[in-house]
Design a binder for this molecule. Structure first.
Ligand code: ZN
Ligand code: ZN
Ligand code: ZN
Length: 465
């Protein structure tokens, strides 16, 4: 039977009906199937961090699992209250209520269980996580507006994935949409700053002559009797209206006068005009430009497509790793660990040579996917060639996921290993800056292989940086 699991900073008195997990080490207890995570939202800011740590987790068994808020109040923003799959009204001793909630999530939980790699998978690619989250829930993901993010729109279910970054969700959804993995239905249209992607844009009337937006606005008044036209302010005498030309009092709009339009006067250059120029300026980066130079985007609600459902289940192709594998023959992590042990023992025994362990992380590979779109296969192929050129046949390489690589460089001093990694960095930068104006950030660490070094701890420490 599936059990709900309370995620909390410290365990106070937790009834038998729920399991308890410390968020700093959230992982699914082996012997139990979790029905959903319960997060206490009494202090919603603290609760939100727990929600983010669950959704940012790499295991699909953790990040896809439904989240239920306990003690939710109305003070939290809409995008946070809607990020939950359900609400728990009552206390944790109410077994019936806990079960009712569990059965309402059965479909999502079955979907998670049907994933082929659910026990071992580590989904690092954020586009893939977005796809899986959408696929695991029924219905459409609808956007809500917010001032807390510069995109102005957020998708509550996906929001905790982006707690540490202020952009990307709209681009990722657009990318998945162009790949036909999700399909969108029209919600609205919105303008975004073409320079920084902010949705907060000020539309201003400005002077067509000097560009200033310091304008005096007045209604134009037309006196029928004498045909005089002038600004409303020229007609005002106290609370009544008197024509400045013929001195007659005006009484009824439509009978003795009308207001044909609005007139503007520039307070800077005194130019008078009826059609002001429209300018936009961005609240975030301050850039000013004509509205047609800003981005106009369709905002959609998204649901999974048939191909998307398939890709979400069986992988969006860890494209880069797949291509690399065909070029370089990546080895499994277990084989890598065995090889490491043998190599460390060999070095201690002969004390003649030095071998190095290189750890390489390419951050933001998922951004590359998005930028490359249909060219991903081609460019990743060229990237693989860079790896192959720099790394020798004798090096043993494994991929932790599609962006983290561990390499055993036999008979190579740390100095030479540093140089190889540097060449790799240069090759990647050169390739990508000629293709795109973007290169993934690369971090690396080199260690001398020795029996005294704990491989798992070393790799883990690198992953934490
Ligand atoms: Zn002016
Ligand atoms: Zn008049
Ligand atoms: Zn901007």
């Amino acid at each position: 039977m599936r059990m709900p699991c309370l995620v909390a900073r410290e365990s106070n008195t937790i009834p038998q009906s729920v399991l308890y997990s410390d968020p700093s080490s959230v992982s699914e207890p082996d012997s139990h199937d979790i029905a959903y995570w319960i997060v206490d939202m009494q202090d919603w800011r603290a609760g939100w961090q727990l929600v983010a740590s669950l959704r940012e987790h790499l295991s699909p068994k953790v990040y896809l699992r439904p989240i239920v808020y306990m003690n939710a109040d109305n003070s939290m923003p809409e995008e946070i209250s809607k990020a939950a799959d359900g609400q728990l009204n009552g206390n944790l001793d109410n077994g019936t209520m806990l079960e009712v909630l569990a059965s309402s999530f059965e479909k999502t939980n079955q979907w998670i269980d049907h994933l082929p790699d659910t026990n071992t998978a580590a989904d690092a690619n954020i586009s893939f996580k977005v796809l899986r989250l959408i696929a695991s829930r029924e219905g459409e993901q609808k956007p809500v507006t917010t001032v807390r993010r510069k995109s102005g729109y957020v998708y509550p279910l996906l929001e905790p994935l982006f707690s540490k970054r202020d952009e990307g969700v709209l681009e990722i959804l657009e990318f998945l949409d162009t790949q036909k993995l999700i399909s969108g239905s029209f919600v609205s249209k919105a303008h975004f700053c073409s320079s920084c992607n902010s949705a907060f844009i000020n539309f201003k009337e400005s002077c067509p002559q000097c560009g200033a937006d310091d304008l005096a606005v007045d209604e134009l008044v037309h006196h029928f009797r004498c045909a005089h036209m002038g600004a409303m302010s020229d007609f005002m005498r106290g609370s009544s209206m008197v024509c400045p030309k013929c001195d007659r009092e005006l009484h009824h709009i439509g009978v003795d006068y009308d207001k044909p339009s609005i007139m503007y006067t520039c307070n800077q250059c005194s130019h008078g005009f009826q059609d002001p120029a429209i300018m936009t300026s961005c609240y975030n980066c301050g850039r000013s430009t004509e509205p047609e130079n800003q981005l106009s985007r369709v905002i959609s609600a998204y649901s999974i497509s048939a191909i998307g459902q398939n890709a979400a289940s069986y992988g969006m192709e860890a494209l880069f790793t797949k291509i690399l594998d065909s070029e370089l023959q990546l080895c499994s992590f277990d084989a890598f660990r065995d090889f490491y042990r043998v190599e460390a023992a060999r070095i201690r025994r002969y004390k003649k040579s030095e071998s190095s362990l290189a750890m390489i992380a390419l951050r933001d590979i998922d951004k590359l996917y998005i930028r490359l779109g249909g060219r991903a296969t081609e460019v990743f192929g060229e990237l693989s060639t860079v790896f192959r050129t720099v790394l020798r046949q004798s090096d043993v390489i494994t991929a932790r996921n599609e962006s983290i690589f561990f390499v055993i460089m036999t008979e190579t001093s740390t100095q030479h290993a540093e140089r190889a990694v540097e060449r790799l960095r240069e090759g990647i930068t050169e390739l990508l800056s000629s293709n795109l104006d973007f290169a993934p950030e690369m971090s690396s660490l080199i260690k001398t292989i020795s029996v005294d070094m704990d491989l798992d701890k070393t790799l883990e420490a690198f992953l934490q940086t």
